[in-house]
Design a protein around this ligand. Structure first.
Ligand code: HEC
Ligand code: HEC
Ligand code: HEC
Ligand code: HEC
Ligand code: HEC
Length: 335
């Protein structure tokens, strides 16, 4: 064999091996229902892989605070661009199954644009999909895990400021209402065969969603003799209102307007908040199901009173700051 032929056959051989190798690496055909074996089960590493078949779920998740957890400019500012490594454990975590449901997560180094994504919530240490049902015939072969639909799924990351503890202390557990019943509303999923099945929204509306915030409380303003009574009841949040981050604030503000039209200044009747660790004061968040009432003396000559319920993402900002959301407005005619 000439050198040329030898190189040629060697090249052919390498090509053949790569070819066979590539063939072996190619996705196995989806198994017939129930016949998928452990050997052929696929190992998932990125949300992009799920997107190919679950575009609708991807669209809900993409842009959510779970997806942006590591890119979020608010978080970057406070963590010194994640030089504070402690912050990465929940904002760029390893899959929760790896560290254990309900346990503190550990940080990862990859896929910064996937923050808390499909892999972190759905994939176990072996790269297999976890769901609420066993579907061995589906291409991703999800396996049922009881923890998936349980509060323990959220607890690893959401109990730093006691949100899951607040839920446990409320009447929601005995009513059988968990985090997902409010944060993952039911949606219809279109399947390939044209039928639909029940699904769960993956947008996780919370403190950045006005409609969600408006659901949390019932605000009433009434007159009782010479006093204005401003009350807030937590009728719609499954935990304290506001919950989580210590920045979050709910304010009840009011002002009086005199008979001659003179507008008094806006005053604060009450602030619901968990103070920063180094700040004086108690936790005044409103637990689920509880009602708080403030009473203010009505000055002589008042024609009417106005009251506002505010939600603020940060405590020391003005009403016209975009991080302040006006939830409710009330007017009471005095005379
Ligand atoms: C090759 C296509 C494909 C890929 C890739 C894929 N899936 Fe699936 N998945 C399906 C199909 C088809 C079903 C069954 C039909 C349905 O219920 O949507 C399914 C079902 C599921 C279910 C169960 C739904 C139920 O009714 O209980 C979960 C959970 C799930 N997939 C999550 C994932 C996640 C997370 C990823 C990425 C890690 C992924 N899938 C990747 C096609 C795929
Ligand atoms: C134990 C898990 C955990 C750790 C560790 C953690 N966070 Fe968070 N962080 C969360 C969760 C859960 C939320 C969502 C709840 C909320 O917004 O109140 C959040 C939300 C935030 C927000 C609000 C984002 C917004 O857009 O409003 C900021 C800012 C933030 N974290 C900064 C940090 C910083 C800085 C660190 C490190 C000192 C850190 N986090 C460490 C779990 C964690
Ligand atoms: C691996 C950690 C992790 C898990 C598990 C997790 N979350 Fe989160 N979640 C976060 C982080 C981090 C944020 C905030 C990211 C940001 O704003 O930068 C967040 C944000 C949210 C928000 C939006 C808050 C807002 O201010 O808009 C809601 C609602 C939420 N999570 C609910 C849940 C529920 C319900 C579960 C359980 C099914 C869950 N999360 C599981 C880490 C997690
Ligand atoms: C009965 C409905 C309901 C249940 C149950 C519920 N939530 Fe909420 N959640 C709300 C409402 C309404 C808000 C908006 C008001 C607020 O921030 O407290 C909210 C807000 C949040 C936020 C945004 C906080 C922030 O500062 O960004 C997070 C995170 C959250 N919930 C997580 C959870 C977790 C985790 C569970 C389960 C332990 C849970 N929720 C159970 C209704 C519910
Ligand atoms: C914060 C955790 C979390 C993230 C991130 C997440 N999921 Fe889920 N997912 C859940 C939970 C919890 C359930 C089960 C809800 C239930 O039945 O109570 C679920 C259910 C599902 C289901 C079955 C129900 C349905 O709506 O069709 C599919 C499919 C699914 N997820 C796919 C995905 C894909 C794909 C991604 C990424 C684009 C993703 N999930 C991201 C927690 C998550």
């Amino acid at each position: 064999m000439s050198t040329g032929t030898r190189i040629f056959s060697a090249a052919l051989f390498v090509f053949a091996v790569i070819g066979v190798g590539r063939f072996l690496l190619v996705e196995p055909e989806p198994a017939v229902s129930g016949e998928r074996t452990e050997q052929t089960a696929r190992r998932f590493q990125s949300a992009q892989e799920c997107r190919a078949c679950h575009q609708d779920v991807w669209d809900e998740w993409y842009g959510s605070h779970h997806q942006i957890a590591y890119l979020n400019t608010e978080v970057r500012a406070l963590s010194d661009d994640f030089r504070n490594k402690e912050c990465q454990a929940c904002h760029l975590p390893q899959p929760i199954e790896v560290t254990g449901f309900g346990q503190r997560t550990l940080p990862r180094k990859t896929r910064p644009d996937e923050g808390v994504g499909c892999i972190e919530c759905h994939v176990d240490g072996e790269g297999r999909v976890m769901g609420t049902r066993d579907l061995p015939g589906a291409p991703c072969a999800p396996r049922a895990r009881d923890e998936m639909a349980d509060v323990v799924h959220c607890e690893s990351c959401h109990n730093q400021h006691w949100t899951t503890d607040q839920w446990r202390a409320s009447s929601y557990p005995e009513k059988g209402i968990g985090c997902n019943d409010c944060h993952m509303p039911e949606v219809a999923r279109q399947l390939a065969d044209g039928t639909t099945r029940k699904g769960r929204g993956h947008g996780y509306a919370g403190a950045h969603d006005t409609a969600m915030l408006k659901k949390a409380g019932t605000f009433t303003v009434t007159r009782d003799g010479a006093e204005l009574v401003l009350a807030l009841e937590n009728t719609g949040a499954g935990h304290n209102f506001p919950t989580e981050e210590r920045h979050r604030v709910v304010d009840i503000d009011y002002r009086f307007i005199a008979a001659d039209g003179t507008e008094g200044a806006w005053e604060r009747a009450y602030r619901f908040r968990q103070p920063y660790r180094d700040e004086p004061g108690e936790n005044t968040q409103l637990p689920a199901g509880e009602r708080h009432e403030s009473r203010v003396a009505i000055p002589d000559g008042t024609a009417r009173a106005e009251a506002r319920l505010w939600y603020r993402l940060k405590p020391y900002i003005s009403d016209d700051d975009p991080a302040s959301t006006l939830l409710e407005e009330r007017e009471v005619v005095i005379e």
